[in-house]
Design a protein around this ligand. Structure first.
Ligand code: 5AD
Ligand code: SF4
Length: 463
């Protein structure tokens, strides 16, 4: 994920001394985006002013990802680059998963960094920054399984939808994955706290929420499961679209699928990480399901939710991957016909069980590259065929932003299709009904079919 670009304008407050400014650059997943919003919220409450560029900021925080080696290499490069934006008294901090993983090693590698703070340490940021101003250096990487930042009001910058963390950490132990080490054990927020936040989001004029968790459908707050949460969030007045990411195939109980199918605001899209299509490989990955279990899960969901779009994550080149196992991954893609997939080359992460597998299991780079290429072509081919079959359909979009070409607007359908439409930028944040007129294979172009403006319904006073 790239750095966040725009920030809401600050209210005009006349103060005797200018507020210290803070710039946060975010890498990695949506959970990191949500965490950056929390950090901004925490720091704004302590008198900081957010800015949208590092140039001359009093505090620069880099919120990092550790999932693959290249995510960390990018951050190390960026930390070097950031030096040129620093004033003599600028404080640079590294937060997030890479901070948690490397701890004090970051301070040794990048001398201009004063703070290293893991995902459970953001509450202490104002105090740590005060200390750093006095010349001290800090590493804060303890886990806190009670921490949900419940009293921190997130400062959101995404214009049209809200990221809502509902669960932190992960109790699975997939053998390739660093997340359980960087984000600690799984814990869920109380349902009532999530609902309250969703109500606040509606009051701010947003109508789409994305519930976030590492294995979000294993959500359980002691009294309520994910089915209860979907129903509760999905029936908040003014909410029009509910999404969630990322679920684990093993946590799709019939209750959860039923809640999804019967709550009209829950969108017809599931991002269902598959990782591999081979049962023996899934076993080595410790995914705790077989190819057949995965297919059965897909079948149950498709039977309950007509028009369900499915996307996935796939890893290529995990230790010991045989030709047959890789072919199984390709064949599962053909069988499920995913709408889209994020595909990754396996990256060995220090401390994970995969690094202790026999060295002769390592797949040579050229084999990984060839397999990766075949996988990408297979997935893209299927998604192109799927998309060509959708031309002429009419669907509702939430207009999200100006498209990259600068002319068209970009919107999302309920089933997660990206559609470019000619419309005035004033329509960002509105729902627009369009007919799909073209596809690049991956994204669509569409034409509005109605001139009737539809804003998300705002909550009625006293309702
Ligand atoms: N190497 C490659 N991909 C990985 N993922 C997680 N860990 C690794 C790794 N070590 C992928 C998985 C996961 C997604 C977020 O990142 O596919 O679902
Ligand atoms: Fe990582 Fe597996 Fe947990 Fe997902 S479920 S965060 S892949 S350990």
């Amino acid at each position: 994920m790239s750095a966040l670009r725009s920030l809401p304008e600050l209210p005009d407050v006349v103060t005797a001394t200018p507020k210290p400014t803070v710039y946060i650059e975010t890498y990695g997943c949506q959970m990191n985006v949500a965490d950056s919003e929390l950090m901004y919220g925490k720091l704004v409450a302590h008198g900081y002013a957010p800015v949208d560029a590092p140039d001359g900021a009093d505090v620069i925080l880099v919120n990092t990802c550790a999932i693959r080696e290249n995510a960390e290499t990018r951050v190390i490069g960026r930390l070097g680059e950031l030096r040129r934006f620093m004033k003599p008294d600028t404080i640079v901090g590294v937060t997030g998963c890479m901070a948690q993983r490397l701890g004090a090693r970051v301070l040794d590698q990048a001398r201009h960094v004063s703070l290293v703070v893991g995902p459970d340490g953001y509450r202490a940021l104002p105090a740590l920054l005060d200390g750093a101003r006095r010349g001290e250096k800090f590493t804060a990487t303890d886990f806190d399984i009670e921490e949900h930042y419940e009293d921190v009001v997130a400062r959101r910058f995404e214009g049209v939808k809200a990221w809502i963390p509902v669960q932190r950490g992960c109790d699975y132990r997939c053998t390739y994955c660093i997340v359980p080490f960087t984000r600690g054990p799984e814990r869920s927020r109380k349902l009532a706290d999530v609902v309250r936040e969703v109500q606040q989001v509606v009051e701010q004029g947003l109508s789409e929420v994305v519930l976030l968790g590492q294995t979000v459908n294993s959500y359980h707050d002691g009294a309520h499961d994910f089915a209860d949460l979907l129903r509760a969030v999905g029936t908040v007045d003014g909410i029009r679209r509910v999404r969630y990411t990322s679920p684990h195939p093993n946590d799709f109980s019939d209750r959860v699928i039923e809640a999804m199918a019967t709550t009209p605001t829950v969108c017809e899209h599931v991002h269902l990480p598959m990782q591999s299509g081979s049962t023996s490989m899934l076993k080595r990955m410790l995914r705790r399901y077989s190819r057949e279990d995965y297919l059965e899960c897909v079948a149950r969901m498709r039977a309950a939710i007509p028009g369900l779009a499915l996307t996935t994550d796939i890893i290529v080149g995990f230790p010991g991957e045989t030709d047959e196992e890789f072919e199984d991954t390709l064949s599962l893609c053909r069988e499920v016909r995913f709408d889209d997939a994020f595909m990754f080359k396996f990256s060995a992460r220090e401390g994970t069980p995969a690094t202790r597998m026999p060295p002769e299991w390592t797949i040579p780079d050229d084999v990984v590259a060839t397999r990766f290429d075949r996988l990408v072509r297979t997935v893209r081919g299927i998604s192109r065929e799927n998309n060509l079959g959708r031309l002429g359909e009419t669907m509702e979009l939430l207009i999200e932003k100006v498209a990259r070409d600068g002319e068209l607007l970009q919107g999302r359908s309920r089933d997660f299709k990206t559609v470019m439409v000619p419309a005035d930028a004033a329509r960002i944040g509105e729902y627009l009904t369009v007919t799909l007129t073209g596809t690049t294979g991956a994204t669509f172009t569409g034409t509005p079919v109605t001139e009737r403006r539809e804003r998300a319904p705002l909550p009625m006073m006293g309702a």
